[in-house]
Design a protein around this ligand. Structure first.
Ligand SMILES: Cc1cc2nc3c(=O)[nH]c(=O)nc-3n(C[C@H](O)[C@H](O)[C@H](O)COP(=O)(O)O)c2cc1C
Length: 210
């Protein structure tokens, strides 16, 4: 009798929920997420970056929580956060701090039971003169209480409006140097390795390789 064919090794699929802190149609930060998703899809098998839209979330108001349930848009958002293995945040700096929409999303996800806990995260920002550094440090501070494990390096701060032109009129990343910084294969692979290292093994989804 022929020996059974060797089974291919299981393939790890890592699901990244990517959240943009800007609701603008031509947002540079949402453009960074699109660029990261595109390059990841090509260069890192098994890593899937999905943009989770936060524009439909109501402003946080705990009166909207009834009988242990949240408004439908919040329930849908919390489901996506819970289903993710790790997170990618791309957010502008507003007045030296976190954008209002992102803070709102972080707060909705934090309502008990906290949906963010014990997952790794990486961060990008496109902003004015600071490139968003101050907002990133405030996001990290919030992440301490939410139990999000932020990767420390590399730090990517994109000065969106300084020359050379980095984004087109639709917010697509067009600058090759920023592309290299933001999602040059090496950087994303490094993030991925750190995310895999920092994530709980059992939270990964193992599927049979085709
Ligand atoms: C209300 C407001 C406050 C801002 N404050 C800052 C700031 O403190 N630091 C900074 O670098 N840019 C600041 N900016 C500029 C934005 O971060 C910048 O325009 C960014 O590209 C917006 O992100 P988006 O293109 O993804 O919408 C501010 C913009 C707005 C609308």
């Amino acid at each position: 009798m022929a020996a059974p064919a060797a089974q291919p090794p299981p393939k790890t699929v890592l699901r990244v929920a990517a959240i943009s802190g800007s609701l603008r149609r031509a947002s540079a930060n949402t453009g960074l997420i699109r660029a990261a998703a595109e390059i990841c899809g090509e260069s890192i098998p098994g890593l899937h970056i999905d943009h989770v839209d936060i524009s439909e979330l109501p402003l946080l108001n705990t009166d909207l929580e009834a009988g242990g349930r949240f408004p439908p848009a919040v329930e849908a958002f919390r489901d996506k956060v819970r289903a993710a293995d790790c997170f990618l945040f791309a957010s502008p700096e507003y007045n030296y701090s976190i954008s209002g929409p992102l803070k709102n999303a972080l707060d909705w996800g934090s309502r008990p039971p906290n949906c963010w806990a014990d997952r790794a995260a990486a961060m990008l920002s496109a902003s004015g003169g600071s490139g968003g550094s101050r907002s990133q440090y405030h996001i990290r501070q919030v992440g301490v209480f939410l139990d999000i494990h932020f990767i420390n390096r590399p730090e990517v701060f994109t000065k969106a409006h300084l020359p050379p032109r980095k984004f087109d009129a639709d917010g697509n990343l067009i600058d090759s140097e920023t592309k290299e910084q933001t999602n040059g294969g090496a950087l994303l692979v490094r993030w991925t390795e750190q995310i895999v290292t920092n994530s709980k093994c059992e939270s990964h989804i193992l599927v049979d390789a085709p």
